[in-house]
Design a protein around this ligand. Sequence first.
Ligand code: APR
Length: 325
Amino acid sequence: MPFEIIQGDITKLRVDAIVNAANSSLLGGGGVDGAIHQAAGPNLLLECKTLAGCKTGQAKITRGYNLPAKYVIHTVGPVWCGGTNDESKLLADCYKNALLLAKENNLTSIAFPLISTGAYRYPKDKALKIAIAVIGEFISIEDMMVYLVVYDKSSFMLPEELTLSIKEYINEKYTKEPKRMFTGLREKTKYMVQELDCISDSNMELIDVVNQLDKTFSQGLLCLIDEKGMTDADTYKKANVDRRLFSKVRNDKYYKPRKSTAIAFAIALKLNIDETNNLLKKAGFTLSRSSKFDVIIEYFIENENYNIFEINEALFAFEQELLGV
Ligand code: APR
């Protein structure tokens, strides 16, 4: 998954670079800055002293020393002053410049904390929106694994109205007992028995039976990509799916995706609920009202919001699996 939101301690991640929410002196501090210097050891500070500080919104790179990460990219977020001092542009610059610096150094993976949302008091939901927008745009054109690391769940807040709207939708649609799914299954089994009866009556060769069956998931997906006039790269990037996995789908017509991957492709293709279920069925799945994950997906499809990064943000907030590989 090229962009993933995870909960944890950024100093523990074995990635090419972790990003430090530093101050302009680059001489250490508290919060994630203090944790990174603590874990990296004294040599990090020695190298930082050679950098002559860093301006807000800019980024500088050092080695990682005792950290599992090879490098540290130091950036200085804006202090929140009510939103009238160009804070949103400066915060976006932090993510952009750190990503560009990672690309210049040919790094393949990078992890960000939620910059400025601690001591610098940037409102968490606004900061999150900026982070997701900048990272989402970057990985739509570049090949890099990007993690957004949430240290404590309380620092992860969806915009209030989105949270309320999803909660209302879940209360209205989510049913604990999986009634509909089993009924569907019973109907489907009956239909398949009829199908087999008619086939056995006509003494069709097994190979003809197989050929009569629906297209496989891969075949169905590739047809939809052509129908939508999309490219492979368009599709797997909008599905937040890794390029290598997509080539498996393209080269193996019997490839069996996970449900979250199949749904990610449906989102990338902007399918409606029925089209999504038709595609899922080819992989043996269906959207079910007895799954909170499915109901949240349905919410976004019904609202025609196909931004997979915003959907993952909501899935993360509701402690559900994320979309993509
Ligand atoms: N791993 C991941 N995230 C962390 C960790 C950690 N180990 N420790 C803290 N965080 C999170 C916080 O929960 C917060 O969401 O990092 C985010 C940024 O908080 P701060 O570290 O306070 O950074 P910031 O708000 O950008 O303020 C920077 O604080 O530490 C000083 O020297 C730093 O002066 C600078 C200022």
